[in-house]
Design a protein around this ligand. Structure first.
Ligand SMILES: Nc1nc2c(ncn2[C@@H]2O[C@H](COP(=O)(O)OP(=O)(O)OP(=O)(O)O)[C@@H](O)[C@H]2O)c(=O)[nH]1
Ligand SMILES: [Mg+2]
Length: 315
């Protein structure tokens, strides 16, 4: 059986979990979010998503920034504000480190002090798979699961480095880039492409000395030709500054996730994932193409093209 086939048993287990999660069963939700990271379950999950409507369209915001930028602390302060406004909220904290250390997972919980009994808040830490598109790979489907479970707002915490985080942009409505004071020069931010990618740029730890200077530097960079105009917010978790304004601005962001061009990008991301999986299943093709490349004198470019062709024709 190929990894893409689904057995009726597996499908009915997922359906049971799906129904339970929609009814507010948090254990079922947790299990579904775990299974969503395993490729053999994805066909069923995508089918379930396509054949049911969410109770409402969630607002999905990514909070991204370098390790230690203050993402979890900020989210921890945003949660009570969001709840006070009567919205339910789910947090997906994507942890690039090994889940085995446990430290980061625990750290995220500690920095998000919420009442466990509040059914309107759900927090989940996820280990980030290494390589390829990183968290983006299963994020789409996990956001879908949370949306169908009825959350008004979904916050995704992610470390803003690498290709996967750029891909995240197509999966969410809005990207907030968090930059701590004195964290490097504007050239670096620009190089990372992150400033361009972000919908909102936020200087964190606004109580620290360099915050104003960093905000001014960022404003200068964003005023350069070629950058779309963006406002810079300064927040401080320590002093409880700017957080209500951030929540307000996030709420006012356009819902881009369902724009047709985003759907195209999402399909592309999914297609890349499927291709990568098929290559992983057919490692024998690489050996075959290598042998042929030696015989025919192909360069690597030609050989890679042949490899893609072989995969398409040797299914
Ligand atoms: N002074 C000051 N320190 C802050 C503020 N916000 C967060 N910190 C501190 O910055 C450190 C990192 O905060 P986190 O919220 O864990 O940062 P993070 O971006 O979630 O970190 P990772 O998830 O490890 O990437 C902690 O020691 C926080 O106490 C702030 O507003 N002011
Ligand atoms: Mg964190």
């Amino acid at each position: 059986m190929s990894a893409r086939d689904v057995t009726p048993d597996e499908s009915s287990e997922l359906q049971g979990l799906w129904q339970a999660a929609k009814q507010g069963d948090r254990r079922a939700l947790a299990r579904l979010l775990t299974l969503a990271g395993q490729s053999e379950h994805k066909p069923t999950l995508y089918r379930l998503l396509a054949h049911s409507s969410p109770p409402r369209s969630s607002l999905v915001s990514a909070i991204t920034g370098s390790p230690g930028a203050g993402k979890s602390s900020l989210i921890g302060k945003m949660l009570p504000l969001i709840r006070q406004q009567g919205h339910t909220v789910a947090v997906l904290a994507c942890d690039p480190r090994s889940p085995l250390t446990g430290g980061a997972l625990l750290g995220d919980r500690i920095r998000m002090p919420v009442t466990v009994e509040d059914q309107g808040i759900y927090i989940r830490s996820l280990a980030t798979p290494p390589g390829r598109q990183g968290i983006a790979e299963s994020l789409d489907i996990r956001v879908g699961i949370l949306e169908h479970s009825g959350f008004d707002w979904i916050l995704v915490e992610t470390v803003g480095v690498g290709q996967g985080d750029v891909a995240v942009r197509d999966l969410v409505d809005c990207v907030v880039l968090l930059i701590p004071p004195e964290s490097g020069d504007e050239i670096q931010w620009e190089k990372a492409g992150l400033l361009e990618l972000a919908d909102l740029v936020v200087v964190s730890k606004g109580d620290m000395p360099g915050a104003t200077r960093t905000a001014a530097q960022l404003q200068q960079t964003l005023n350069l030709p070629g950058f779309p105009p963006k406002q810079i917010l300064v927040v401080s978790v320590a002093r409880n500054l700017g957080i209500a304004e951030l929540v307000k601005q996030l709420h006012e962001q356009p819902r881009r996730r369902h724009a047709p061009e985003r759907r195209g990008q999402r399909l592309l991301l999914l297609a890349q994932e499927i291709l990568a999986e098929r290559f992983a299943e057919r490692k024998d093709l690489v050996q075959g193409v290598l042998a042929e490349a030696r015989r025919q004198g192909w360069d690597d470019w030609q050989a890679a093209n042949e490899l893609v062709h072989w995969l398409m024709t040797h299914e």
